[in-house]
Design a protein around this ligand. Structure first.
Ligand code: FE2
Length: 233
């Protein structure tokens, strides 16, 4: 029987999902099932029409071959790519590792236990919307934190604490504090600058200084009883 090694053919069927990768192909005008050999650690479900070469004497094992090239790959560079969509991982001569799925209009999905990203300099994220969903905590530790929202910033939580070592300034044309139970200012000196209106009972060290407070008055020096002034008019 003549050696079938080095025959060329083309794939006609997808991986049959059997124990070993097996795909239908056509070589020398005849259809057959072929074991698709792959470089260790790599796997591709070869597409329809993919060129292959028979690599064993019996004509059962094939190697899918690509004669296409990804654009813009310099000499010495390495790329792993999808010839159909163009998505790729590109190891560049500059030392950069470029991952591009936008060229194929696709996403990058990473499924892992813990994701650790260490950058000696900057981490820059540029996107349309950024969502961080954590089932437990989100901790941000830094020297300076700035949040700039062109429209609005909402903080919704069960309990929130803002701790500043030096100062906290909140600047807005209109500020509203709504506390259904209590609101407490504790400081060495609290100042309200500008017209101030209080609605409701006012006490200072337990004494009524609001609109319902009154005065008591002892008898005058002649012993005459002085009437209570009646408080604030
Ligand atoms: Fe008074």
């Amino acid at each position: 029987m003549p050696s079938l090694r080095n025959l060329w053919g083309r794939i006609t069927g997808k991986d049959a999902n059997e124990h070993f990768p097996k795909q239908q192909g056509k070589a020398l005008g005849a259809l057959g099932d072929f074991l698709s050999a792959q470089p260790y650690g790599l796997y591709a479900n070869l597409p329809q029409g993919q060129l292959f070469k028979v690599i064993d004497e019996d004509g059962r094992v094939i190697l899918g071959l690509t004669v296409e090239r990804k654009d813009n790959v310099e000499q010495n560079e390495v790329t792993l790519w999808h010839p159909g969509t163009g998505t790729n991982i590109h190891f560049k001569n500059s030392g950069n590792l470029d991952i591009d799925t936008a060229v194929g209009n696709g996403d990058i999905n990473i499924n892992t236990v813990n994701a650790n990203l260490t950058a000696s300099e900057d981490v820059n994220v540029t996107c349309k919307n950024a969502d961080i969903i954590a089932s437990d905590d989100v901790d941000v530790t830094c020297n300076n934190a700035s949040v700039t929202a062109a429209l609005k910033a909402d903080v919704n939580s069960d309990t929130s604490t803002v701790t500043c070592l030096t100062s906290l300034a909140v600047v807005a044309p209109v500020m509203t504090f709504v506390a259904t139970t209590s609101l407490t200012f504790t400081s060495a000196l609290t100042s309200f600058v500008g017209p101030t209106m209080f609605t409701g009972a006012m006490t200072n060290n337990g004494k009524n200084v609001g609109d319902t407070h009154g005065h008591t008055q002892a008898n005058d020096s002649g012993g005459n009883t002085e009437a209570n002034t009646g408080g604030v008019v």
